[in-house]
Design a protein around this ligand. Structure first.
Ligand code: SAH
Ligand code: SF4
Length: 365
C-alpha cells in the first residue's frame, strides 16, 4: 500500500530468511527474528536485543510489525471477545475470540466487505473494498494473543476459523500465506487440523485448496438443499450450482481423504421444512461418512428482516430427520449474542454510529 510500510507478518519464515540473506545477514538471524515475532511476540524491532542496531534500522526502514490499531474490545458474559481493528488505510475489520471447551478459537476476517452478497449476511451488505494482505490476517491472531498474554495466565490461541468477513477463497494467495505463517512450528505453531476455512462454495478454488496438500479443515456454507432455494438466498449458486459444488467437494474428499463440514443456517419457514431436511440428507448421502452438518441458529440482521430464526420445534424436527438418515450433525451453540457477535455486526453497527456522529458534528458546525 503506498505510504505505508508493509507488515513483517506478511512474510513466511522462508521469505524472511530470503530477505535477511538478500540484506547481508545469515539465515540464523532470520530464525531469531521469527522467534522474537511469534514466540516472544514483541511489538517493536528495538526489543530484539540479540540483533545488531544496524539490522534493526534496516528492519525498521522496510517493515512495521503490527499494522492494526485496536478500536473497540467487547467481552461477553460467556467469555467471547469481539475486537474491532483499524487497518492502515482507516478501514475497519472485526475479529472474534470464542472460548470453547477445547481451547481458544479465533474467527478472522479476510476481506473488507464481501462481494458474494448472500441475502442473510451482515458482511455482504458492504461490497468488497479490498482484500486483506496476509500480514493483516496474521495480525488479528497476534493482537488476540497479546490480549491474553497481558492477562498473564498463559492462555494460547489454539484454534482458528476463517469465518469472519469476506470470502477466503476469493483472496486465495493471502489466505494460504496466512495459513503457512500461523502453522509454522517455530512460531505460533497452530496445528493445521485446528484450523478451518469456510467458503460459500467457489468450486474451482475448492479444487485448488484440495491440491495444496495441507491438513486444514474445509467448511462449506450450504444453507439450502436444492438449486432453486440456494440460488435465491445465495447468488453464488447461480455461478456454482450444487452439481458443480458437489463435484468439487467429492474431488476434495478423494484427494485429501478429509471430512467436509457443511454449515446450514436455520431460517424460519425458508429452508427449515422437514422436506428440506430429507433433501439435505439425500444430497449428502454419497459422502455420508466423510461429511458433517452444523445447524446454525440465524443471527438476526436488521437489514435482512425477511428472515428470522427457526423455532426450537422446527429445528428439532429438522434435526430428527437428519439423524434418522444417519447424518452426522449437531445444532451449534451461539457465542456472544449480547455483544453483536454475528459476523459483520459490530463493524456495521460501529460504522453506523460513526456516520451518525459525523452527521451530528456537521450539523453542529
Ligand atoms: N464467506 C465465507 C466465510 C465467512 S461467513 C462463507 O460464507 O462461508 C461465515 C459463516 O457465517 C458462513 O457459514 C455464513 O453463512 C454464516 N453467516 C453469515 N451471516 C449469518 C447470520 N446472520 N447468522 C448466522 N450465520 C451467518
Ligand atoms: Fe460473504 Fe460469507 Fe457473508 Fe456470503 S456469508 S456474504 S460469502 S461473508
Amino acid at each position: 500500500m503506498p505510504g505505508y510500510k508493509p507488515s513483517i507478518y506478511n512474510l513466511t519464515q522462508e521469505q524472511l530468511i530470503e530477505w535477511a540473506i538478500e540484506n547481508g545477514e545469515k539465515k540464523f538471524r532470520a530464525t531469531q527474528i521469527w522467534d522474537w515475532l511469534y514466540r516472544k511476540r514483541v511489538q517493536s524491532f528495538d526489543e530484539m536485543t540479540n540483533i545488531s542496531k544496524d539490522f534493526i534500522a534496516k528492519l525498521d526502514e522496510n517493515f512495521c510489525i503490527n499494522p492494526l490499531k485496536q478500536r473497540i474490545v467487547q467481552e461477553s458474559k460467556d467469555g467471547t471477545v469481539k475486537y474491532l481493528f483499524e487497518l492502515p488505510d482507516g478501514m475497519l475489520i472485526e475479529t472474534v475470540l470464542m472460548r470453547q471447551h477445547y481451547g481458544l478459537s479465533v474467527c478472522v476476517t479476510t476481506q473488507v466487505g464481501c462481494n458474494i452478497g448472500c441475502t442473510f449476511c451482515a458482511s455482504g451488505l458492504i461490497p468488497k473494498q479490498r482484500d486483506l494482505v496476509s500480514g493483516e490476517i496474521v495480525a488479528q491472531i497476534m493482537l488476540v494473543q497479546k490480549y491474553f498474554d497481558e492477562r498473564g495466565q498463559g492462555e494460547r490461541v489454539s484454534h482458528i476459523v476463517v469465518m469472519g468477513i469476506g470470502e477466503p477463497l476469493d483472496n486465495y494467495n493471502n489466505v494460504m500465506n496466512f495459513l503457512h505463517v500461523v502453522n509454522d512450528d517455530k512460531g505460533l505453531a497452530i496445528g493445521a487440523r485446528h484450523i478451518t476455512v469456510s467458503t460459500s462454495g467457489l468450486a474451482h478454488k475448492i479444487k485448488d485448496f484440495a491440491n495444496e496438500g495441507v491438513q486444514v479443515n474445509l467448511a462449506v456454507s450450504l444453507h439450502a438443499p436444492n438449486n432453486d432455494l440456494r440460488s435465491n438466498i445465495m447468488r453464488i449458486n447461480r455461478s456454482f450450482p450444487l452439481e458443480k459444488l458437489f463435484e468439487a467437494i467429492e474431488y476434495y474428499i478423494a484427494t485429501t481423504n478429509r471430512r467436509v463440514t457443511f454449515e446450514y443456517i436455520m431460517l424460519n419457514e425458508v429452508n427449515d421444512h422437514v422436506e428440506n431436511a430429507q433433501e439435505l440428507a439425500d444430497l449428502t448421502k454419497k459422502i455420508r461418512k466423510l461429511s458433517y452438518i452444523n445447524l446454525i441458529p440465524y443471527n438476526p440482521v436488521s437489514e435482512h428482516d425477511q428472515y428470522s430464526r427457526s423455532t426450537k420445534e422446527r429445528t428439532a424436527a429438522f434435526y430428527d430427520v437428519l439423524k434418522k438418515n444417519g447424518v452426522n450433525c449437531v445444532v451449534r451453540q451461539e457465542h456472544g449474542t449480547d455483544i453483536d457477535a454475528a459476523c459483520g455486526q459490530l463493524r456495521s453497527n460501529t460504522m453506523k454510529a460513526d456516520r451518525r456522529k459525523a452527521v451530528v458534528e456537521a450539523a453542529g458546525r
